[in-house]
Design a protein around this ligand. Structure first.
Ligand code: UDP
Length: 355
């Protein structure tokens, strides 16, 4: 497909999954568990394969109430019966990966081993069995970025190898190149989704993600720790909108062989975000600015501005109005309040270095 040919956007709300079996790798994670629930609710049988290294069984509590749900605790790279699982599935969603800036700068070796070989295995088996595949990638692949919108056809500008965060971008780029190669050489029906700051209930702050971190900091009485001057820009998408985008893409044959940004394009600075979190919790806590080095050690480089171009996504999927930041913060505050109320492990959400 070329963008000029303008396929009809698929309305995700209209997709029925009755009779389909879906395999979700990384399905105990944040996005995967929301996807699992949504597909189950639409009538699918869902199999989740997850090694629980960063995902949690608690995320699957609702999914486990469906008789059509099955959970397997194993890593994608090691699981012996992966071929059977893929051939038994009608479609595959490959979300298992190392996640979070904090995780990546601390565990660069695991980032490579967990992000490349398992994906290669999934691609090969999906191609052998001709199963459609959604591959999760990340806006990290754009690297340093620029003040303008990031589009799928942009060049990639990564920092030097001593800037550790870019190892994640590199692993996801290898995945993307491989997926496109399988599409071209083997006819694999694969769509690559580049997530831009997808947020919502169940996302953990443990690996660095800013919204759960700010919300838990505010609920615990502060301070909220903003890195650097807080003028860096991000756009946040509610996980339920991201799930709708995934469903729309996988049900639009014109999406196969494409890389597609998945995100919101409403921009906010991180300082403004801290203020909005403070309002949303009703706790008038202090907002403290700390240097990047104090958070991530030396050799860290932030992406100062990240705004997705959404033309391709909107050409393929009828997304409607996206949930705004108020709605996102309402959901996250409610989730974190009840999680904290039931937790006797007060610092489990903080990055390892800060516990
Ligand atoms: N950030 C922050 N305080 C935190 C965690 C993150 O100020 O406790 C900043 C971080 O430096 C970055 C932005 O928030 O500029 C988004 O960070 P996140 O790790 O959520 O996502 P990414 O950098 O991958 O977009």
């Amino acid at each position: 497909m070329t963008e000029a040919s303008s396929p009809t956007p698929v309305d995700p709300a209209a997709i029925d999954y009755s009779g389909r079996t879906c395999l979700i790798t990384g399905g105990a994670g944040f996005i995967g568990s929301h996807l699992a629930e949504e597909l189950l609710g639409r009538g699918a049988r869902v199999v989740v394969l997850d090694d629980l290294s960063t995902g949690q069984l608690a995320n699957l509590e609702r999914a486990q109430t469906f008789r059509t749900f099955r959970f397997i605790e194993a890593g994608v790279g090691e699981y012996e019966d992966l071929e059977q699982l893929i051939s038994d599935a009608d479609e595959v969603y490959h979300l298992a990966a190392a996640v979070g800036v904090d995780y990546v700068v601390r565990y660069p070796i695991e980032t490579v081993t967990r992000n490349i070989f398992p994906t290669e295995r999934v691609l090969e088996l999906a191609a052998q069995h001709d199963r459609p595949l959604f591959l999760a990638s990340s806006s990290e692949v754009y690297g340093r970025g620029s003040a303008s919108r990031m589009r799928e056809s942009d060049d990639m500008v990564l920092g030097a190898p001593d800037k550790t965060r870019y190892i994640y971008a590199l692993t996801k780029l290898v995945d993307e190149y491989l997926a496109l190669a399988y599409h071209r050489q083997r006819g694999l029906r694969v769509v690559i989704g580049r997530f831009f700051n997808v947020v919502g209930p169940r996302q953990t702050g443990r690996y660095g993600m800013v919204i759960p971190r700010f919300v838990t900091q505010a609920l615990r009485g502060g301070p909220i720790t903003v890195h650097d001057d807080g003028n860096q820009i991000r756009c946040f998408m509610h996980v339920r909108d991201a799930v709708a985008a995934i469903i729309g893409l996988m049900n639009n044959p014109a999406a196969f062989g494409q890389i597609v940004n998945i995100g919101s394009d409403t921009a906010i600075t991180i300082r403004q975000l801290a203020e909005r979190v403070r309002e949303a919790t009703g706790n008038h806590v202090r907002i403290e600015h700390i240097p990047y080095e104090a958070a991530y050690g030396s050799g860290f480089e932030d992406v100062r501005c990240r705004i997705p171009g959404l033309d391709r996504l909107r050409t393929l999927v009828k997304l409607g109005e996206l949930r705004d930041l108020d709605s996102i913060l309402r959901d996250v505050v409610q989730y974190e309040r009840s999680r904290l109320a039931g937790s006797d492990e007060p610092d489990a959400e903080l990055p390892v270095a800060e516990r």
